[in-house]
Design a protein around this ligand. Structure first.
Ligand code: ADP
Ligand code: MG
Length: 679
């Protein structure tokens, strides 16, 4: 089904060159353009007399330029200044690195200046104001669009006006939903989001469009889930008759949460429906053991199991566990990752295809084109927040109807999980294995550096190991941040000449990376200076200290994840966050970590402080882009939209009732587009 679209060139006044410029930012039709929302608005309804301009306000003043602008340099900055006056007073105008813009300004002429007022160089100023001559120029609350070469605000605004005139869409949202949730009419919403008549109308427009985005997403996820429930996979996986033998090899008994989760998984595996389950468990909750039980059952039922990890280090670790646990019981385990030679890889491919491997563990290499499975029965992705939905689907596509198990340590607030994993069943590992001691967490500034070094030495002296995490690989990459290479070298040469300091970062050669990780694992390296590549999954129980440099650079959930690398053995463990950032927000964020080890609470705080896009890397999830909605801010709308979608499907599962025709069309199209994203 294709939507009737209007090519941009069909709009009055839009020529080839202009259409080309829009094309560059992915806009091909009038319909695309209408969905290109303003990033901001300028209130150009009324002029402000200069005497009443307040710092912090964005204002429009009409004033006479008192003299030609003067430009001077200060370091890398080019600063241009001028003064302008109206009948009530005068104000300074300042531009940074924009001398070219002010070339045409003439002393004595009258301009309209629009910009934000602030104190600069001891006087009230307009910062980088936009301007046009005389009294002409548009009035109203004007949209401000993201631009690219060949496009100006004026061009986008004019084209947008034309597009809004030439196109229109019939309302598709059922009347009951609109009235129950107080949603304004669709065409009104799009015209007001671009050219609001008032801020009240803008709010109404936003509410409607945000609701639509979340409603469509939720509706699509629910429909997918309904479809899946009808699918039969044609085979069942039973509990392994000798499961006890595998359990005996763990060396511990499962926690209650692990037992419960395993039961839920087994129920899925042994039913005739395909499993699609998310296992959520904080760092250290023991997800691997559950995965091993599932892989073992699958192998015993004569099918293949694949487990994909986001890094080679982690994949190798899982591989070792699987070999240690299962090979003695006759399960054939294989490994597939980028570092294999072409010959090794071909060999593994062949054995997978011939069914000579029962369980294969690896990285993205598992979903490469050449890999064909003889009888894939289960796909597990570990730490899935690093995988896009697309990759998850690519692996699933290797079998007609595989069981899918997704494991993540990212604690996702419930409302969000509803969107990110809206089509999945969820198990929660909410209990840690016994004997874990809390990790003592401190936040300090760089005056503590010497003391931290002494503390590191003390840990190493006691036979333990230490992680030091830096935000950058090389100096200069991001200003004055501590870097792995510099700090690693400094620590080795100047601070700990007698210890072995290892260096690890993502873009190292895979073989090299593995060697370092292996040596750390074996205790040959005592201090590992690394980027966040160690964030996910690696398990070195002897490590007792995690030091994070420039901690302000990391998200809370990420820091929590990093901290989860220590406290895995019996010994007292520590996490030291170092930051010189003095901002209140940074302080607040660090305090959350110092005070709590509850991953859910930390994620919710992070969400509140930073917004969802940053915390959960929504793009990585392959979700259709949410243009207006912000999952951190719009949680209540999300709840309402979710409720509306569920309610609608309950009453009309096929969307075939009268009055739902347009909505069905819209929803089908949405899912069709979503296919690329493997929604
Ligand atoms: P994660 O959920 O972070 O992937 P892991 O599976 O790596 O956690 O387990 C963390 C550590 O806890 C491992 O050393 C593992 O052997 C151990 N472990 C897992 N389950 C139990 C248990 N029930 N009792 C004791 N230790 C356990
Ligand atoms: Mg893990």
């Amino acid at each position: 089904m294709t939507e009737k679209t209007t090519a941009l060139t069909e709009l009055k006044g839009v020529g080839h060159a202009r259409a080309q410029a829009f094309f560059r930012i992915g806009i091909e039709s009038a319909q695309d353009l209408i969905a290109y929302y303003p990033r901001d608005y300028e209130d150009r309804r009324e002029l402000t007399p200069i005497a009443s301009v307040q710092p912090g306000q964005t204002v429009m003043v009409q004033a006479q330029l008192l003299g030609a602008p003067t430009t001077f340099r200060k370091g890398r900055l080019t600063i241009t200044r001028a003064r302008a006056a109206d009948a009530t007073g005068s104000i300074q105008l300042v531009w940074f690195n924009q001398a070219y813009l002010t070339k045409n300004l003439q002393a004595g002429s009258i301009y309209v200046f629009v910009g934000k007022a602030d104190h600069k160089y001891n006087t009230l100023s307009l910062i980088s104001p936009k301007f046009h001559k005389g009294i002409e120029g548009e009035r109203g609350i004007l949209p401000v669009y993201p631009l690219c070469e060949g496009l100006t605000q004026a061009i986008v605004r004019q084209t947008m006006r034309q597009a809004l005139i030439d196109t229109g869409r019939q309302e598709y949202m059922p009347r009951e939903i609109r009235s129950r949730y107080g949603l304004c009419e669709y065409n009104f919403a799009v015209s007001q989001i671009h050219f609001p008549d008032s801020y009240e109308n803008l709010d109404l427009a936003r509410r409607r469009l945000i609701f639509d985005e979340l409603f469509m997403l939720r509706l699509a996820l629910l429909r997918l889930r309904d479809q899946r429930i009808q699918d039969k996979k044609g085979f069942r996986i039973q509990a392994a008759p000798d499961e006890e033998k595998l359990r005996a090899r763990f060396g511990f008994s499962l926690t209650g949460a692990q037992e419960r989760t395993w039961k839920e998984i087994l129920a899925d595996l042994s039913s005739d429906k395909a499993m699609n389950r998310l296992v959520q468990g904080d760092v250290g909750s023991g997800k691997t053991a559950v995965a091993m039980l599932a892989l073992f059952a699958v192998a015993r039922s004569g099918r293949q199991g694949a487990m994909m990890a986001p890094t080679e280090v982690l994949a190798a670790q899982h591989y070792e566990s699987a070999v240690r646990l299962m090979e003695p019981l006759g399960v054939r385990v294989g490994f597939l990752a980028g570092s294999l030679t072409a010959k090794q890889r071909r060999d593994v491919y062949e054995r997978i295809q011939l069914g000579l491997i029962d369980v294969v563990i690896g990285t993205h290499a598992l979903i490469q084109e050449g890999v064909e499975y003889a009888r894939l029965g289960l796909v597990i992705t570990d730490e899935q927040h690093r995988f896009g939905v697309r990759q998850r689907a690519a692996l699933a596509a290797k079998s007609e109807m595989p069981n899918v198990l997704v494991m993540t340590a990212t604690p996702i607030p419930r409302t969000l999980a509803m969107v990110l994993y809206g089509d999945m069943d969820v198990s929660v590992l909410d209990e840690k294995p016994p004997g874990r001691r809390p990790v003592k967490t401190y936040c300090v500034n760089y005056t503590y550096e010497e003391r931290i070094y002494r503390f590191i030495d003390k840990q190493v002296e006691a036979g333990h190991q230490v992680y030091v995490i830096c935000p950058a690989v090389e100096e200069g990459e991001t200003g004055d941040l501590h870097s792995v290479l510099e700090l690693g070298e400094y620590m080795q040469k100047c601070v700990f000449p007698k210890r072995r300091v290892g260096i690890l970062y993502g873009s190292m050669k895979a073989g090299e990376k593995d060697r370092i990780m292996q040596e750390f694992y074996e205790g040959k390296i005592q201090i590992l200076v690394s980027t966040t590549v160690v964030e996910v999954g690696v398990n070195v129980p002897n490590a007792t200290l995690m030091v994070v440099e420039n901690a302000e650079r990391f998200g809370l959930a990420q820091l929590h994840q990093l901290r989860g690398r220590v406290g895995r053995g019996g010994a007292e463990s520590y996490c030291i966050l170092i930051t010189d950032a003095a901002q209140t927000l940074t302080r607040q964020r660090m305090k959350v970590l110092v005070d709590s080890e509850d991953g859910f609470l930390i994620a919710e705080e992070d969400l509140r402080l930073r917004g969802a896009g940053d915390v959960f890397g929504l793009r990585q999830h392959g979700l259709p882009e949410l243009r207006l909605a912000d999952l951190g801010r719009d949680l209540s709308t999300l709840r309402e939209a979710g409720e509306a979608a569920a309610d609608l499907l309950k009453k009309d599962p096929e969307l075939s009732r009268e009055g739902h025709e347009l909505l069905k069309e819209q929803a089908d199209r949405y899912m069709e587009r979503g296919k690329d994203l493997a929604l």
